[in-house]
Design a protein around this ligand. Structure first.
Ligand SMILES: [Zn+2]
Length: 268
């Protein structure tokens, strides 16, 4: 059943007839949309920094350009996530040509993200990093189990890419990761890290933060004893509610408020 975002918001809240429920913005001017989306992407890096998802030169978030959708925006190599501004972002086409920006970009970022942007045209953003918990969980070569309502977001909605042949450098490896991802929202890259996608940067980043946290929870639970799993039907129902476009977008908004209050220089 497809219901509008406004109807979803109404179902999830009390008081929506009196007060405004935060909703994803819509744009009539593509240049305004591009400027907004670059700021959200820059904010996504600040949220990654907030969670300690920076690891040297590793990690990238990309946003498909709304005007030229065969190009995408990505972080410049070597800039700490906590310092990235909208004006630092680099736009690259699917052939690897930089069409806007003044910095080189990570080769692995291009090899992985370009192939996912091609394979999943409905997806606007892709997030990937080498995080402490994601990396540890990826070494187990297993999927996240439905052990909480948050983990249900990933129930039958993520995959395991169990091939590690070194740092991703070839487009063919990006194709294999895109194939493993399939129609899901996330893929665990074994012995490597996590990757999530979304219909907005907000959703891709919120999915990533949630997935890393679910990896930590499962590592703790598995270490402590036998896990009780949520039943299949309930897990699916919970995924539909908690993994909806509106909820995943909404999960980013409080984090956005934190980075905005801390340092709004990402807007520049
Ligand atoms: Zn990586």
């Amino acid at each position: 059943m497809n219901i509008s975002l406004a109807e979803q918001a109404k179902k999830m809240t009390i008081g929506s007839e009196k007060f405004t429920v935060p909703m994803p913005p819509t744009f009539s001017n593509p240049l305004e949309q591009r400027a907004y989306e670059k700021q959200r992407l820059a904010a996504g890096f600040r949220v990654f920094a907030l969670h300690g998802f920076d690891e040297g030169l590793a990690g990238h978030i990309t946003q498909r350009d709304c005007i030229e959708p065969e190009t995408f925006w990505v972080n410049p190599i070597g800039v700490h996530f906590a310092h990235i501004k909208a004006s630092d972002l680099v736009r690259v086409d699917h052939d690897g040509k930089i069409v806007e920006g003044n910095s080189p970009i990570n080769n692995a970022a291009f090899a992985i993200h370009s192939r996912i942007h091609i394979a999943r045209p409905e997806i606007k953003a892709v997030a990937h990093a080498h995080t402490r918990f994601g990396r540890a969980f990826s070494a187990l070569g297993q999927l996240l189990a439905p052990i909480s309502q948050d983990a249900c977001v990933f129930y039958q909605n993520h995959s395991l890419f169990d091939v590690f042949t070194g740092v991703v450098a070839e487009l063919s490896e990006g194709d294999m990761i895109a194939e493993s991802l399939g129609d899901n929202i996330a893929v665990i890259l074994q012995n490597h890290g996590l990757l999530t996608v979304g219909k907005s940067v907000d959703a891709a980043v919120a999915n990533f933060v949630m997935m890393d946290s679910c990896c930590q929870s499962q590592l703790l639970a598995q270490s402590a004893g036998e896990m009780k799993l949520i039943e299949h039907d309930i897990a699916l129902k919970t995924k539909q509610a908690n993994g909806s476009e509106l909820v995943t977008w909404g999960n980013f908004q409080p984090q956005y408020q934190v980075v905005l209050a801390q340092d709004s220089s990402f807007l520049d």
